[in-house]
Design a binder for this molecule. Structure first.
Ligand code: FMN
Length: 336
C-alpha cells in the first residue's frame, strides 16, 4: 500500500508485473462478445480479458481492434485450453496482446508449448485453476500468474471454495503472484483476497451486471434481483450444449430450465437437440427462466447495473477504505 499526498493507493506485484493501476481483473467470458466491457475495465485501470473460444479468426482481429480503439492500456485474450483452436490462437498471438489468459486444460494436455508461444509473442500469461495440482502444473509450465478460482464463482468452476483455495495456491506457487476469483463482487472481496495472500481479485458476475455487458437486460436484472442463494452447481447447461468440460461444473441460476432436467439428465441427453434449440430461443428472447444463466453466489452482493469503469473504481475505493481505515482500528498495541 502506498500513501500519497491525497490518498492511500493499493499497489501489488500484479500491478507492477502487468502494468496496471489497480489489482482488479475481469475474467474472460467466451459465451459473450464484450470488447466494450473489456476495454472499459482496462481503461479504468484494471485488466480486462476477452473470451475468445467462440470467436472466429476475423472476430478475434476485429474485437482486439475494438478494444484498442477505446484503450491503450493492457488487456488479455482468453482461451479455454481443452477446446483451443490453433488457427484462432495463432491469430490472437499475431495481434500481440499484452496478456494471454488460459483456463481449463485437459488432464493430458502439455501446457508449456502454449505458454512458450504466448511468451514468444510478447504476452504475459495468466492461468486460471480450481485446485493446487492445477496451480503447480501451470507454474511449472511457466505461467506468470495463477488465478485461484473458487466454486462460489459463476461459469465453470471446481470444487474448492475461494477462501481455502487461495492461500493454498499462494503457498504452493510462491513467489508467483496469485489472483482470487469466485464469489467476490465488491471492495470487501478484494480486501479479503489481499488478506489471503493474493495480489488482487478477478471478477466475472459483477461485470455481467454492467452497462457495457452485452447480456439481455432481463439477465442483468436476474443478477441484481438474486439473493445469491439461487444458484446450483450443475452439468445441465453443458449437456444441453453437447459439451464435455474437463472436470468442471457450471454454476447457474436454479431456474425452470435447470429444475426441469435436474435428476433427469439422461432424458436431457435423449432430447439434446430440441433442448438446445429451446435454450437458444430463450436466450435470444431474454427468458431468464428457460435460458441457462451462469452467475456466481456473489450475485447476492450486486444491487445495481453500473458502467464497468465505475465498478472498478468503486471496488478499489472500498478496499482502500477497509485497509486504511477499518482494519487498522482493529489492531492495537499491548504493553508487555
Ligand atoms: C457467463 C460466464 C462465462 C465465463 N466464461 C469463461 C471463459 O470463457 N473463460 C474463463 O477463463 N473463465 C470464464 N468464466 C469464469 C470467470 O473468468 C471467473 O472466474 C468467474 O466469473 C469468477 O467468479 P464470479 O462470477 O463470482 O466473479 C465465466 C464466468 C461467467 C459468469
Amino acid at each position: 500500500m502506498i500513501l500519497t499526498a491525497e490518498r492511500i493507493v493499493i499497489r501489488t506485484p500484479f500491478c507492477d508485473l502487468f502494468g496496471v493501476e489497480h489489482p482488479v481483473a475481469l475474467g474472460g467470458m467466451g459465451s459473450i462478445f464484450a470488447p466494450r466491457m473489456v476495454a472499459a475495465v482496462s481503461e479504468a485501470g484494471g485488466l480486462g480479458a476477452l473470451g475468445c473460444h467462440n470467436l472466429t479468426e476475423e472476430q478475434i482481429r476485429s474485437a482486439t481492434k475494438a478494444v484498442r480503439e477505446i484503450t491503450r492500456k493492457p488487456f488479455g485474450l482468453n482461451f479455454l485450453l481443452f477446446r483451443i483452436n490453433d488457427e484462432c490462437f495463432e491469430t490472437a498471438l499475431a495481434e500481440k496482446p499484452p496478456v494471454i489468459a488460459f483456463a481449463w486444460p485437459r488432464g493430458d494436455q502439455a501446457l508449456k508449448p502454449y505458454i512458450d508461444r504466448a511468451h514468444a509473442a510478447g504476452a504475459k500469461v495468466t492461468f486460471m485453476v480450481s485446485g493446487v495440482d492445477g496451480a503447480l502444473r501451470a507454474a511449472e509450465a511457466g505461467a506468470d500468474l495463477i488465478v485461484a478460482q473458487g466454486s462460489e464463482g459463476g461459469g465453470h468452476v471446481g470444487w474448492m471454495g475461494s477462501i481455502a483455495l487461495t492461500p493454498m495456491v499462494v503457498d504452493a506457487v510462491a513467489p508467483l503472484p496469485v489472483l482470487t476469483a469466485g464469489g467476490l463482487a465488491d471492495g470487501r472481496g478484494l480486501a479479503a483476497a489481499l488478506a489471503l495472500g493474493a495480489s488482487g481479485a478477478l471478477f466475472g458476475t459483477r461485470f455481467l451486471a454492467s452497462e457495457e455487458s452485452p447480456i439481455h437486460e432481463n439477465f442483468k436484472r436476474a443478477i441484481v434481483e438474486s439473493n445469491g442463494h439461487d444458484t446450483v452447481l450443475t452439468e445441465i447447461p453443458d449437456i444441453a450444449a453437447n459439451m464435455v468440460w474437463p472436470g468442471a461444473m457450471s454454476r447457474a441460476r436454479r431456474n425452470r430450465f435447470i429444475e426441469r432436467w435436474s435428476g433427469r439428465e439422461w432424458a436431457l441427453r435423449q432430447n439434446q437437440a430440441s433442448a438446445l434449440a429451446a435454450v437458444q430461443a430463450a436466450r435470444k428472447a431474454g427468458d431468464a427462466e428457460e435460458a441457462p444463466l451462469s452467475f456466481g453466489q456473489d450475485a447476492g452482493l450486486i444491487h445495481d447495473i453500473l458502467p464497468a469503469g465505475k465498478i472498478v473504481q468503486r471496488i478499489v475505493a472500498e478496499a482502500e477504505r477497509i485497509l486504511a481505515e477499518r482494519l487498522p482500528k482493529l489492531v492495537g498495541s499491548r504493553k508487555t
